[in-house]
Design a protein around this ligand. Structure first.
Ligand code: KG4
Ligand code: ZN
Length: 347
């Protein structure tokens, strides 16, 4: 069964769908960068009592939310479904049960509406969040992609043309935020909790280690987490806001230092920030200052576009559809889908 081809241009309307982790999201985006509607239904409350995302619980919550969320995105856009030219959906990486809810719904809608389907790599979509705000960004760019599951530096040479420059060898930056917040009892999810606590703390209070600073472009965060735990055990008198601020500063210093090194290495026009940790206040201001010092751009998507959303899926879907055409309807979901071999979704 094949679906119609679509000519992709400034009027092309894409319905994006995202269910890779704990957000059920749908959005309508026109021309790859005009966000007409964006709906995100977060499962934070559902998972808070467990202190982390429970995969089976996430899948069930996606199942309950997917239809109402898609309906609201279309209603908010003020269009009728016949105006939708293609459906873009995250096919990986992510939790398999969660991904399958979005992929199955997207394929069912594609069949019911006789509309092309395009499978999108979630990591690639995070790279595209910046293009929603500034579609005129010039290549080459260095992207610092920092989320709950990934921490990587990527050279973006053109649309769909990536080179992995560095990545974490252990914990992702977001994972370190979440674990340290849990240890300090600051709440869930950990990143925003540390961000909030840090506003009242002194980032210079404790000099936590900055791992692998002068050692290539890879990162390591598990030692930092251990050193926070050891410090708190030895110094219970130091306030958790000072610990939060000092930890956050250590993470930001490493991320910014390596992103700037990568930008110099590849002669980038600027650094693009993506992924949930890109919402971090300290990281945003440190990166902006470092890019200004080097005379290059700092491209920071709005905070709601940093964390998981479907507008970025529709944006990446628009570029993918234009370059490669629709995906086959028999492609599955890919829990460990890498960024660089994103072509796996070509089907
Ligand atoms: O990209 P995302 O929404 O989901 C994944 O694809 O992983 O990222 C979620 C991660 C979580 O670890 C969360 O704690 C972190 O992003 N995060 C933050 C902030 N907001 C979310 N980390 C630091 N500061 C924040 N303001
Ligand atoms: Zn994400």
């Amino acid at each position: 069964m094949s679906l119609p081809e679509v000519v992709v241009g400034p009027d092309t309307v894409i319905l994006g769908i995202e269910t890779s982790c704990d957000e059920t999201a749908a959005a309508v985006v026109m021309g790859g960068d005009d966000v007409v509607s964006s709906v995100v239904s977060s499962q934070i409350d559902v998972h808070a009592e467990f202190g982390g995302v429970v995969p089976e619980v996430a899948s069930r919550a996606h199942l309950e939310s997917i239809n109402p969320v898609v309906r609201r995105a279309i209603d908010d856009a003020g269009i009728d479904e016949h105006r939708i030219d293609a459906i873009a959906c995250t096919v990986g990486p992510g939790l398999i049960g969660a991904l399958l809810v979005g992929v199955s719904s997207a394929k069912a809608l594609a069949l019911a509406w006789n509309t092309p389907f395009v499978g999108v790599n979630h990591l690639e979509a995070h790279l595209y969040a910046s293009f929603l705000e500034d579609p005129t960004l010039e290549f080459p760019l260095v992207v610092l992609l920092v989320s709950g599951g990934h921490t990587m530096l990527v050279e973006m040479k053109g649309h769909g043309d990536y080179r992995l420059l560095g990545r974490t060898i252990d914990d992702a930056a977001g994972e370190a935020f979440d674990k340290v917040a849990r240890y300090l009892d600051l709440g869930y999810p950990g990143g925003p909790a540390i961000d909030r606590a840090a506003t009242e703390g002194d980032p210079g209070a404790v000099n936590f280690p900055r791992a692998m600073m002068d050692d290539g472009l890879n990162f390591s965060f598990s030692g930092l987490k251990t050193s926070v735990v050891n410090f708190v055990r030895k110094h219970p008198e130091v306030s958790s806001v000072d610990i939060a601020a000092s930890f956050q500063q250590a993470v930001s210093d490493v991320l910014v230092h390596k992103a700037m090194k990568a930008a110099r290495n590849v002669g980038a026009t600027g650094v693009v920030l993506g992924g949930g940790v890109a919402a971090n206040t300290q990281l945003r201001s440190d990166l902006q200052a470092a890019c200004a010092d080097d005379g290059i751009g700092a491209f920071l998507p709005g905070r709601e576009m940093c964390t998981d959303n479907a507008a970025m899926i529709a944006a990446a879907g628009w570029h993918r559809l234009r370059a490669l055409g629709p995906s086959r309807l028999d492609i599955g979901a890919f829990p460990s889908m890498p960024l660089v071999e994103a072509g796996i979704a070509d089907g």
